[in-house]
Design a protein around this ligand. Structure first.
Ligand code: ADP
Ligand code: MG
Length: 283
């Protein structure tokens, strides 16, 4: 048996009813393994959110197939289980919060699933701990910062006990501090709890956190690969109007200005390392 948790096979989708209307995504093939951390990048309108919506059966393919843990998203009997397995965190936390008090909001999902109160209590505790918000369980949601609200939204999904979480530009509305809180949470869930993570983002500093990156353009995945492979393909990035992580940009521009500096760092730690080695060579 394959260990692919998510599988998209030749998926095309058009929001219009008619066949000739332009597809939002076309002929997508994508396999994601359990526990993997995948980033999806691409310009506005390239089809990222349309892929996300296919993965929890919010929309069904116009043609092709989507499987979540071997369940076909077109199988009506499985929709409930698919939506439990794949949680979707959206851009604006205010659209995802339903209760006034933090712990009530997190309990909302499992309550709707008819889970018994003892178990709900355990899940709310676990979910709030996982996002580092347990101390604020009695707080009014309206008093929280953007980053804290987004973490409550994440906890609400965690309480449903998903196998996979998709973050669709979920940090875009947050300030740098809130963004960092959410990213830390997401890394923790992937590395410590083994959750499969799909991170849709405009920020290359976020994409480098993933194991693999899929690059989308005009409704297609034009390249998918390890992050180093993607970030060394400068022509690809340019053709998609994507930038490099800051650290990579810095070293590249130093090199362009004539410094004979080795290495292609993609994060701050690696960048410091590269600069350190370069400067040491003058001693
Ligand atoms: P992204 O998330 O990368 O910005 P989307 O998946 O939202 O891209 O959009 C892909 C294409 O589908 C775009 O051309 C967009 O205009 C179109 N689209 C998205 N949502 C809808 C909708 N609800 N109705 C009609 N067209 C849509
Ligand atoms: Mg989108």
């Amino acid at each position: 048996m394959s260990d692919d948790f998510i599988k998209m096979e030749n998926v095309s989708f058009s929001y219009g009813a008619r066949k000739y209307e332009k597809c939002a995504i076309s002929d997508i093939n994508l396999e994601i393994k359990r526990g993997e951390f995948l980033a999806i990048v691409g310009q506005n309108g390239s089809g990222k959110s349309t892929i996300a919506k296919h993965l929890n059966a919010m929309i069904l393919p116009s043609s092709g197939k989507v499987f979540v843990d071997t369940m076909d998203t077109c199988d009506e009997n499985k929709v409930f289980e698919i939506r439990r397995a794949v949680g979707l965190v959206l851009q604006n936390p205010d659209n995802q919060i339903v209760s006034t008090i933090v712990e009530d909001d997190v309990a909302f999902g499992p309550e709707n699933l008819g889970i018994n109160p003892e178990e709900i209590k355990k899940r709310v505790y676990f979910a709030l701990k996982a996002v580092g918000m347990h101390e604020l369980k009695k707080e009014f949601v309206s008093r929280l910062s953007g980053g804290q609200k987004q973490r409550i939204a994440i906890a609400g999904i965690l309480a449903i006990n998903p196998d996979c979480m998709i973050f669709d530009e979920s940090t875009a509305m947050l300030d740098p501090c809130g963004r960092e809180e959410v990213l830390k949470t997401l890394l923790h869930l992937n590395k410590k709890q083994g959750l499969t993570i799909i991170l849709i983002t405009h920020f290359m500093e976020e994409a480098v956190l993933a194991d693999r990156i899929a690059v989308m353009k005009g409704g297609k995945i034009i390249k998918i690969g390890g992050k180093r492979e993607i970030f060394s393909d400068l022509n690809l990035l340019e053709s998609c109007h994507l930038s490099l992580p800051q650290s990579a940009r810095l070293i590249l521009s130093l090199r362009k200005n004539g410094l004979k500096i080795d290495g292609n760092p993609i994060n701050k730690t690696e960048c410091i390392d590269v600069l350190h080695r370069f400067l040491s060579s003058f001693r």
